[in-house]
Structures are given as structure tokens and as C-alpha cells.
Design a protein around this ligand. Structure first.
Ligand SMILES: [Mg+2]
Length: 600
């Protein structure tokens, strides 16, 4: 959205388009982990445009990031020859092409306006699905170039300009994955509908739609399938709309339907929602398999007290979030009381930011033991004692922190604090061998400097990597597998242990497991709890233990609460345990006291 906005602004002459092109290329580079990005422009006369920018663009004919490439792609024979060949051909018929040279993979994306985007990756080429997925990005860039050229008075014919402007207009108001109207467009239409409803004294409605469990589809089947599903969903939702209705994609798996005039609509609002649900009920055909989805709906009727489109959208969002919170696949009307709930979450978010580093947050340790109940280590868990609200459950604040990204600084604090605890534990002969496990969220792990951050914390606290274990969830591992493996290997080089948390609840675990440098699987507590009563859970636990054995991995069962489950788990071959049966999570000094080790 920000970028689309920039295009609109730039048309109004507020921004330098050459700056935008550079910025866009930097984005490509960062998002696609490219070593360099290079834009080759065939158009004659292009030199004039950037001649004045000689400092910015070292060579008039290219934009290149970084400016001084170690190997300029056009010094590679295969690339130079391909570019010369392409020059003679119809650009619309060219396909993205990959050329390998040394340890670099160069992806060449032809753009219909006589330009080629060249993206260099070190060692690992882009996957085909990614190449397909980024073609809209290439199109964006193309629009930038088009306008940049126009800006430089090269493309001066009126027809071309009109086309570019129409294209930009379209980009600004449409979603590039589905081609549907986007949020910006919807906001304008809601404002129009609001005004008309006030003047005509009728009611309109907004239906906020969020697909249920869409993340699981992305995680288990990949983003390409997820994107395809979003396109299919968009198509279906857009079918058979009544005149004046607008269906838009707001981003991610969120859509919204605007019904500007309820009275003029043949159906009641509930019937409209029912028809949307019917549209989603039929399976969606993807190359992998048919997918079944459900959605959560938030409804709001206007005009009410709200002032504008943004607050109407917010109401729809709040109502939808309530459906999510109470079990999904349902609908709810917006009520002003819901705002209180949203405000409470907002407050937690704000308070959390202020509280980090104060003594409101504390780590508790839950020991992990072997079959003889000997403590091997502990998992650290964050606890929040709010000065006014009292104990706030991690279930409440961690999810907010994940959503807002605050989990990154919070996770860093936890790691820091955990290492401080390790340093204390290492002073006792009885606890010197303990390994301390820290939960790492996906957002934190995927930070580019994650390994460096761990390094610096280890160095500051002076504890060895071998005393630390990082718990990652399966979903963390499925995104960008090559990078994940690289990072895990780097951590393992530092003797840091890696375990997979909540194991068994994800989807594609088996295929990846072989390739991942993991030490341990933590069987999710939903399997361990009551396992002696459930034949199904027993089979799953047994299978996990057998598989772990084959891959040489340790296994620990979480959520062990009673002797029956424990005995059953031992029978199934499990040899490490964590749970209330042994210890509750507790602060370090209490724990040492209960172990009769005393606090240092
Ligand atoms: Mg955990």
C-alpha cells in the first residue's frame, strides 16, 4: 500500500522517481536475499535521463545495487549474449531465464518496456514458485521505469502516458495477487456509500471476511498454493455481486464486502452472509489436492456514530476478531462493547512495551528430567506481573507481541535473562550441567542478525553455547528452508542445542526432519496428557519416538501430569519428561530451594 501510494504521489510530482526505482530495487534485493540487483535498459537515449545522476548511477545505462558490483553481470558472456538476442525479439514472448556463473545464479526477468531486471543470488537459485510469484513485483518495477522514463521526457507521446497513468491508477486501486479492488479503493467506496446513506436515510453494511486457518495452508503446502487459493477465493467471492456492491481484498487472507444500500438489496444482511458462506463451502481445486476452507465474518451496519470509512472497517475487523477468539467459522455483529476488548489488547500492548526491562517481567524455570527424575535442565517461561491487572497470562500477551512484532525485543530480553540464569546455575556443582531451553518465535528466528544476536548475548554473559537450547516450532522451519538450515547449522557450530517444540501438531514435519540439524523433539503436551487413556495418542507418540530414534534425535514429553501417563510414556520408550507431575514452572531461587540447593 505504501508503495502504491508513493506512485500516486510521484505522479503528482512529489517524489523523485529515480529514487523510487532504487528503493524498489533495494526492496527486491532484501526480500529475495539477492546479492545484487541490476536493471538493464535497452531504450535509446536513456543515457540522457540519468546523465545528470552520474553520481548516483555510475554508468548511465544501468541502475545497479550495489553500485560497484564485483562482477558486473554484463561482463559474463552468456548474459551479454542473451541480452543481445533478446534485443531482437518481441519482449512479450520472453520468459524469465536463469544463468549460472561461478557460485552465482542470475535470474533475468524481461520487462515489456525494453528493460531487463537481473537478480543475482549466491549459491542458491530462486525456486520456480518464487520466480512466478515475483512477476507482479517485476511489473511494479516496470511501471516505475515507465514513469521514470516519462519523467525524463523520453516517452512523450500522449498515448503512452495515458496508458501508464491508467496502469498506475489500476495498481493504486487493485490488489496485485488477485486483481481485486484493494483497501484504498474500498475506503473511497465506503466513504461514498456513507455519504449517500446519510443523505438518502437508508442503511448500508460492511462484511469483513477472514479465512480460517489459512496460515496452515501456507505452512503446509507452500506460499504458491496459498496464493493460488487466495485467487480462487477472490474469484468466487466476486461472483454474482449485486450492482453497487464492492468486494475487496484487504491483504493477507482478509476480504471485505461493501453493501452500500441494504434496502435496495433483495436479500437481508444475514442472507448475504449465508450466500458468501455457500460460495466458500465447495472445495477449491489446487494441483495438490482439493482444499476446504471456512471463514469468520464481522458485520457492521452504517451510518451509526462512526465518522468515516476507516472506523467502519475497524468495526468490521473488531467483530471478525471476536469470531476468531471464540472459535472461528461464524459471524458476529459489531457492538460498541467490543471496542473495550480491542482497547484492552491495545493497553496490554502499550504496557508491555513500557514494562520490558522493569521487574514486572520475570522468568520461571520448569525442569526437564530423565526416567530417574534427575534434572537435566529446564525450559524458561516468561511471566508478567502487571502492577494493576495482576498476573497476565502469556497466552494473552505473547499473541499480541507476535502480532505487533514486539516479540523480537521481548525475545531478546528473554534470551539475555536466560543466559544470566545459566551463569548462576553454573556456579553450583549440582546444576552446572543443566541445559536451559528458550522458546524462540518465528519472527525472532527469521531476523537477519539472529545468530549474531545470540553470539553477543553469549559473549556478554560468558556462558558456553552448550548450556543453551533453542526451541523452535515446526512452522518456523517451513518458511525459507535453505536459510533456516544455514542458521541452524551456524547455531550448532556454537554447540547450541536445537529442539522442535510442540512436535506432532504441524504438518510436513517428516520430510524436513531429515535435512534439519536438530537435536531433540518435544512431543506436544496434547499427546502426552491423558496418553494412557488414548490409543490414538499412544500410536502417535510411539511413531514419533521410533522416528526420532531412526534420525538419532532425543525425545522429551511435555505436559506430564500424573503417574499413569508417565508410566505409559516410559513403556512407549520416552526417556525425558517435563510437566507438573515433576515440577511446576517457578523462579530460579524457589526452584533451587525446593531442590535444597539454596540460592546463590
Ligand atoms: Mg516450549
Amino acid at each position: 500500500m505504501a508503495i502504491q501510494h508513493e506512485i500516486v504521489l510521484s505522479l503528482a510530482g512529489d517524489l523523485d522517481l529515480k529514487v523510487l526505482v532504487r528503493r524498489y530495487m533495494s526492496t527486491c534485493m532484501r526480500c529475495l536475499s539477492a546479492r545484487s540487483v541490476h536493471l538493464h535498459l535497452y531504450l535509446d537515449g536513456i543515457d540522457d535521463v540519468f546523465a545528470a545522476e552520474a553520481k548516483d548511477f555510475q554508468d548511465g545505462r544501468y541502475f545497479a545495487i550495489p553500485r560497484n558490483m564485483p562482477v558486473h553481470p554484463e561482463n559474463i558472456d552468456d548474459i551479454r549474449q542473451l541480452l543481445q538476442r533478446w534485443r531482437q525479439q518481441d519482449f512479450r514472448e520472453l520468459e524469465p531465464t536463469r544463468i549460472e556463473s561461478g557460485d552465482s545464479h542470475y535470474h533475468l526477468f524481461p520487462m515489456s518496456h525494453g528493460a531487463v531486471l537481473i537478480l543475482e543470488r549466491h549459491k542458491i537459485p530462486l525456486r520456480d514458485s518464487v520466480v512466478q510469484a515475483i512477476s507482479p513485483i517485476v511489473e511494479y518495477l516496470q511501471s516505475y521505469c515507465e514513469v521514470a522514463l516519462k519523467h525524463g521526457r523520453i516517452v512523450s507521446e500522449v498515448e503512452k502516458r495515458t496508458r501508464a497513468e491508467q496502469r498506475l491508477q489500476h495498481i493504486a486501486y487493485h490488489d496485485d495477487l488477485t486483481g481485486m479492488p484493494n483497501r484504498l479503493y474500498l475506503v473511497e467506496k465506503i466513504n461514498e456509500a456513507l455519504l449517500a446513506a446519510k443523505q438518502g436515510d437508508w442503511k448500508g453494511a460492511l462484511i469483513y471476511i477472514d479465512l480460517d486457518n489459512f496460515r496452515d495452508i501456507n505452512d503446509s503446502l507452500g506460499h504458491a498454493v496459498g496464493d493460488q487459493l487466495l485467487q480462487l477465493v477472490g474469484e468466487r467471492l466476486a461472483n454474482n455481486l449485486t450492482e453497487g456492491e464492492v468486494i475487496a481484498r484487504l491483504g493477507g487472507d482478509e476480504f471485505a464486502l461493501l453493501v452500500p444500500h441494504l434496502d435496495a438489496h433483495k436479500l437481508s444482511l444475514m442472507a448475504i452472509v449465508e450466500s458468501l458462506r455457500d460460495k466458500l463451502k465447495q472445495p477449491f481445486q489446487t494441483p495438490e489436492r482439493p482444499l476446504y476452507i471456512a471463514a469468520s465474518f464481522g458485520l457492521t451496519v452504517f451510518p451509526g456514530d462512526e465518522e468515516d470509512a476507516v472506523s467502519i472497517l475497524r468495526q468490521g475487523d473488531i467483530a471478525m476478531s471476536q469470531v476468531k477468539a471464540s472459535g472461528r467459522n461464524d459471524l458476529k455483529f459489531y457492538e460498541p462493547a467490543m471496542d473495550a476488548d480491542a482497547r484492552a489488547r491495545f493497553r496490554l500492548d502499550a504496557d508491555m512495551r513500557n514494562a520490558l526491562g522493569s521487574d514486572q517481567f520475570q522468568l520461571h524455570l520448569q525442569p526437564q528430567v530423565d526416567q530417574n527424575a534427575q534434572v537435566l535442565g529446564a525450559e524458561v517461561l516468561i511471566r508478567w506481573q502487571h502492577p494493576e491487572l495482576g498476573f497476565v497470562s502469556p497466552l494473552d500477551f505473547i499473541s499480541i507481541a507476535e502480532k505487533t512484532g514486539f516479540i523480537v525485543p521481548m525475545g531478546q530480553w528473554i534470551l539475555h535473562e536466560a543466559c544470566r540464569h545459566i551463569a548462576l546455575l553454573q556456579q553450583h556443582p549440582e546444576t552446572r550441567h543443566w541445559r536451559i531451553a528458550v522458546n524462540i518465535s518465528a519472527k525472532q528466528f527469521h531476523q537477519p542478525k539472529f545468530v549474531e544476536m545470540v553470539d553477543s548475548i553469549l559473549a556478554q554473559s560468558g556462558v558456553p553455547g552448550s548450556a543453551l537450547e533453542l526451541e523452535l516450532t515446526e512452522s518456523t522451519l517451513l518458511d525459507n528452508v535453505e536459510q533456516v538450515i544455514e542458521k541452524m547449522a551456524a547455531l550448532r557450530e556454537r554447540d547450541i542445542h536445537i529442539s522442535i517444540d510442540d512436535f506432532g501438531t504441524g504438518y510436513s514435519s517428516l520430510t524436513y526432519l531429515k535435512r534439519l540439524p536438530v537435536n531433540k523433539l518435544k512431543i506436544d503436551q496434547s499427546f502426552a496428557r491423558g496418553v494412557h487413556l488414548s490409543a490414538d495418542d499412544s500410536v502417535i507418540v510411539e511413531a514419533i519416538i521410533a522416528m526420532a530414534g531412526r534420525f538419532g534425535l532425543d525425545v522429551i514429553a511435555e505436559g506430564v501430569e500424573d503417574i499413569e501417563d508417565l508410566e505409559h510414556l516410559v513403556e512407549l520408550g520416552c526417556d525425558e519428561f517435563q510437566g507438573y507431575y515433576f515440577y511446576r514452572p517457578q523462579p530460579l531461587d524457589q526452584l533451587l530451594e525446593s531442590l535444597q540447593l539454596g540460592s546463590s
